[in-house]
Design a protein around this ligand. Structure first.
Ligand SMILES: Nc1ncnc2c1ncn2[C@@H]1O[C@H](COP(=O)(O)OP(=O)(O)OP(=O)(O)O)[C@@H](O)[C@H]1O
Ligand SMILES: [Mg+2]
Length: 355
């Protein structure tokens, strides 16, 4: 097994590159997710790692093996696709055995390996079935067993859960997470589902038009987004235009003006004075009585209150008419629609980023 190293990669189909000078390191044995909206280049990057799309410039290595121009069949990869891509006329057993037979492994060893991987994905009892007689979740488990049975250097998965309904998606997601950890294989997963990315990944790379906007742990992207684009794509956030009075210092607190009120927030990166974006997750905001403390707070009016079981969601409006969503977990404040409240910003968990 090995990590993946990508240096200044350029990939494209026509004249315009789809991936432009992308560099990335994926540590050995980790699960890395490529996340991003439709058309940003996730599949293109994955297929380039697999060897199905040629590299125009830059370097690609698995461990210390340069594979930049190596054909796909010599890269030693396991691949799982959105549409399973099983052989319809072969049994579950023969599907999983396929890659081993192509490698001329002897039948006794094949039997041991196929049994092992069918056991791992919980499908030992289905060895003789044809794919048509399986559910979507079961088919994707066969595809996973088939990809892993050849003991590849890296496992590549393109939207493996997107054809499954919500409940199955969570189940197969758990299978992928457990298996990846047990086998310890370097894995690259492509998804546009931010919850899936947060739940599964050691690290996530968020792509924006062929460039990596941010690479980090799920916590980094959720709690420390470097831009409004990241904050908006990963989880829900209030994204508000503000003014920075004095240039900010990376990692230090900063003063911003929101609707004429001064607030203390955190600046993850240095920013010049002027227009910027404030990012506040609903659960980092709190509501208090309008007559209460006013430090780092602005006056608002409650516009909507929704009880959602584990949490209560409030929509409040500033005096300037800006809507802000506040999520109260556990015992919610008793404010009702029309009440004047004081909305407090957490100085450490509210961020100011470039606009
Ligand atoms: N075979 C191809 N020939 C020409 N252009 C392509 C080809 N495949 C993809 N593209 C273009 O490259 C860009 C990136 O496509 P890609 O399939 O990598 O996006 P994606 O992030 O996987 O999107 P999705 O979430 O919709 O699957 C798009 O503009 C797409 O139209
Ligand atoms: Mg795609």
């Amino acid at each position: 097994m090995a990590g993946i190293r990508i240096e200044n990669l350029v990939v494209g189909y026509g004249t315009e590159p789809v991936i432009s000078s992308l560099s990335l390191e994926i540590a050995d044995g980790t699960l890395f997710t490529l996340l991003g909206p439709s058309g940003c280049g996730k599949t293109t990057l994955l297929r380039t790692i697999a060897g199905f799309v040629p590299v125009r410039a830059g370097k690609l290595a698995f461990g210390n093996r340069d594979v930049t121009h190596r054909p796909a069949y010599l890269r030693d990869i396991g691949m799982v696709f959105q549409d399973y891509a099983l052989f319809p006329d072969k049994s579950v057993y023969d599907n999983v055995a396929y890659g081993l037979r192509a490698r001329r492994v002897d039948e006794t060893a094949i039997k041991t390996t196929v049994s092992e991987y069918l056991e791992r994905v919980g499908l030992s009892a289905f060895a003789q079935r044809l794919p048509a007689a399986l559910s979507g979740g079961q088919r994707q488990r066969v595809a996973l067993a088939r990809a892993l049975a050849i003991k590849p250097t890296v496992l590549l998965m393109d939207e493996p859960l997107s054809n499954l309904d919500a409940k199955l998606r969570v189940q197969v997601r758990e299978t992928i997470a457990d298996l990846q950890r047990e086998v310890g294989i370097t894995t690259v997963l492509v998804t546009h589902d931010q919850e899936e990315a947060l739940a599964l990944s050691d690290r996530i790379g968020l792509l924006r038009m062929g460039r990596l906007e941010q690479v980090g742990t799920p916590e980094d992207l959720y709690a420390r987004p470097v831009s409004a684009y990241v904050a908006d794509f990963v989880g829900a956030a209030n994204i508000l235009p503000v003014e920075v009075a004095v240039p900010t210092i990376s990692g230090a607190s900063a003063q911003v003006r929101l609707d004429g009120m001064s607030l203390e927030v955190l600046a993850p990166t240095g920013l010049p004075a002027g227009a910027a974006i404030l990012v506040a997750r609903g659960e980092t905001l709190s509501l208090g009585a309008a007559s209460g403390a006013t430090t780092n707070a602005i006056r608002c009016t409650v516009r909507r209150r929704q009880y959602l079981g584990g949490r209560t969601s409030f929509r409040v409006a500033t005096d300037a008419g800006r809507d802000i969503v506040v999520e109260a977990h556990g015992a919610a404040p008793t404010f009702a629609v029309g009440d004047k409240v004081s909305l407090r910003f957490d100085p450490v968990r509210t961020l100011v980023v470039a606009s």
